[in-house]
Design a protein around this ligand. Sequence first.
Ligand code: CP
Ligand code: NVA
Length: 306
Amino acid sequence: MPKHFLHISDYDADDIWEILHLAKELKTKFHGKDNYKPFQDRSLAMIFAKPSARTRVSFETGFEWMGGHALFLGPNDIGIGKREAIKDISRLFSRYNDVIMARLFDHQHIIELAQYADIPVINGLTDYNHPCQIIADILTVWEHRGNLEDLKIAYLGDGNNIVHSWLQLATKFPMHFVCSGPKGYEPDMETVQMVEDGGLSSYELSHEPFSAVKDADVIYTDVWASMGQKEEAEERERIFEPFQVNGALLNSTGKETLFMHCLPAERGREVTDEVMESKNSIVFDQAENRMHAQNAIMVYLAGHSS
Ligand code: CP
Ligand code: NVA
C-alpha cells in the first residue's frame, strides 16, 4: 500500500517530527555535497495544473540530487481530468513512475489521484491546502527559534490554502494561531473546527491587524488573490489594504518578530519592500527549506509504503 502526503492532519505529531529531523539531516548532507542516492533509477512525475517556481524547482532539484529523475508535466501537457480521467492517470503513472507530485485546482482531484495510485502521491498545492509548504515553514521556525514552545503565529490576509495547512498543523503542534483579514475572507469553518475540537492549540479570528500581531513570534502573509482568483485581484487589493505587512506593523509587535511569506510575493501589496528586505525576513530560508522538507517527505513515504 502506498503512503500519500495529502494533508498534515493525516499525520501524528511523531511522524511530523520524524520528517522534520530527517529534513535537517538531509539539509546537512545537501550542503556537505554528500553522495546520497536513495532514488537511483527512480522517477518522479510532477503534474502542474497551475504555475510554480519553488515547487517545481525544489522537487526537481531535490529528487535529482537524491539520484532520481523528475518529469515536469505542465498545464498544457497531460490535461489531467480533461484530456484523460484522473483515475486513469493514477494507474498509468503507477506503471511508469515511483512517486507522483501534483499541483491541482480542486482538492477532490488530488484525493482521487491518490485513491487510484499504487505509488505515493504528494500534494503540491490545491485550492484547499499546501502541506509541503507548511512542513518547510515549521522547519524554518524551528531552526530560527531553536524550539517550538509558546509559539504565536499571526497570519495577515486571505483565509486560504496556506491558512488551512497551518490550521491542520495546529491540530498536531500546540500554538496560538491568529488569522487577521477582512470580513468575508475567513478560512474554512470545518478546518477551524478541527483546531477547536482538538483542544491542543488556540485559534483567534481578528479583523484588526495591530492587535493581531501583538507579541507574535511570526507574522506570515500570502498573496491576496491566489491562483485561480486573479480576476478578483483589483477588488481584493482595495479590501485587503489595511492588512498589508509594512514596517509600522512589524515594529508594533512588542518583540523581535520573524516575517514569513510562502512566496511569490506581490511587493507593494500584501507586503512592502522594506519588510521583505528587513533583517526579520526569513523568506529565502523558508523557500530553501521547501527542498529539504520535500526530500524528507519523499524518503519518509518510500520507507513507509509497501
Ligand atoms: N510557495 C510556492 O508553492 O511557490 P510556487 O507557487 O512558486 O511553487
Ligand atoms: N495562496 C497562494 C499560494 C501560492 C504558493 C495560491 O494558491 O496561489
